[in-house]
Design a protein around this ligand. Structure first.
Ligand code: PLP
Length: 393
């Protein structure tokens, strides 16, 4: 049979419905442990001589279905589910490096990923360099004999700076270094880094994959050998596993990922046009903007331009906060990828721990707002924003 399109594979899974009373949706196996028929079976499962479940920290059928599905969607060999995005990032990085090793990291990664790198550095002497990933020669120069991984995020929050995955992967391959991509902002529907040469993918499934603002979860995809290693070491023994119920919510979320992403992207494109015409809005960053400095890379690497837009209001921090406070439909919250449109103020929220000088260099000032465009009527979202902008005289 031909491989089905992604839109279809999001909906249909792997399990045999007839083995589950014909259940249309995947059953929720809300259980901590699995009983053995007899002592010998328990012995055989522990010895690895018989396949089958033992205990839900080591595997659970609802979680397995999700893991098979994300591996299939990202076109990787194997998947693994975690209790949070950071659970995925930390288990993957811990499996890749030993004390004294080095990681090259794209500038502007997620705040807690940066926090984790600092922790690995101070506790285990793992070194890292944050570098712009737009120059092959510079990447080559920064590679050390101890470099075990190149870790990239694209696009990044909130400046939407992209990294050319294919270009970075070429340099990495030549030097036998693994490329890890945090694909949270795109989901497998908009961007498939393994096809571009990356080795391992991590997701905060809390965002677009869950899509309904009701679950914290993480996913990883990569070569079977590597994923099994993570499963049996930095996941099993550190313990950041996903609960069966949260896996079930993600299976549910995935079914609508394609239609949701299309709508997120359409709504964002609509708002970009409206914001561009507004006299109190400036410096909009959105990869779909034909003037955006990496627009061509976005077109090449992403299916559509995503659901995130950042822009500056004409005024200072106080004005930015007043605009946020006047919104009524749009909710003031961090996170992204939910049905509800969310706005946050990076300078005092997601990037408040970044020193001001660094923030300014990244293009994050106190006038900047970041929108995670939701699924509401685009006219309603725009009316809410337009009304809030009216406080600027
Ligand atoms: C949210 C996020 C994370 C962390 O995920 P959690 O599910 O909150 O642990 C990692 N990377 C990116 C890009 C994110 O947006």
């Amino acid at each position: 049979m031909n491989k089905k399109e992604l839109e279809t594979r999001l909906i249909h899974g792997f399990f045999d419905r007839q083995q589950h009373f014909g259940s249309l949706s995947h059953p929720l196996y809300q259980t901590s442990t699995f009983t053995f028929e007899n002592a010998e079976q328990g012995e055989a499962r522990f010895a690895g001589n018989e396949s089958g479940y033992i205990y839900s920290r080591l595997g659970n059928p609802t979680v397995t279905e999700l893991e098979r599905k994300i591996a299939d969607l990202e076109e990787g060999e194997a998947g693994l589910a975690f209790s949070s995005g950071m659970g995925a990032v930390s288990a993957v990085l811990l499996a890749l490096v030993n004390s004294g090793d080095h990681i090259l990291v794209s500038e502007g990664v997620y705040g807690c990923t940066f926090g984790l790198l600092e922790l690995l550095n101070s506790k285990f002497n793992v070194e890292y360099d944050l570098i712009p990933m737009d120059n092959d020669e510079y990447i080559k120069e920064m590679i050390r004999p101890t470099t075990k991984a190149i870790y990239i995020e694209t696009p990044i929050n909130p400046t939407m700076k992209l990294v050319d995955i294919e270009a970075v992967a070429k340099v990495a391959k030549k030097n036998d270094i693994k490329v890890v991509v945090d694909n949270t902002f795109c989901s497998p529907y908009l961007q498939q880094p393994l096809k571009l040469g990356a080795d391992i993918i991590v997701h905060s499934a809390t965002k677009y994959i869950g899509g309904h603002g009701d679950v914290i979860a993480g996913l990883a995809v990569g070569p079977e050998e590597f994923i099994n290693d993570v499963r049996m070491t930095t996941q099993k023994d550190i313990g950041g596993v996903l609960s069966p119920f949260d896996a079930w919510l993600l299976l549910r979320g995935l079914k609508t990922l394609a239609v949701r992403m299309d709508r997120h992207c359409e709504n964002a494109a609509f708002l970009f046009e409206k914001l561009s015409d507004h006299s109190k809005v400036k410096n909009i960053v959105y990869p779909g903007d034909p003037q955006f400095y990496q627009h061509n890379l976005a077109k090449r690497q992403m299916k559509h331009f995503g659901g995130l837009i950042s822009f500056e209001v004409d005024g200072d921090k106080l004005v930015a906060q007043q605009v946020m406070n006047r919104l009524s439909l749009v909710q003031v919250a961090v996170s992204l990828g939910d049905a509800e449109t969310l706005v946050q103020h990076p300078a005092t929220m997601t990037h408040s721990v970044v020193p001001e000088i660094e923030r300014e260099k990244m293009g994050i000032n106190e006038s900047l707002l970041r929108l995670s465009v939701g699924l509401e009527s685009p006219e309603d979202i725009w009316n809410d924003i337009k009304n809030a902008l009216e406080i600027i005289s």
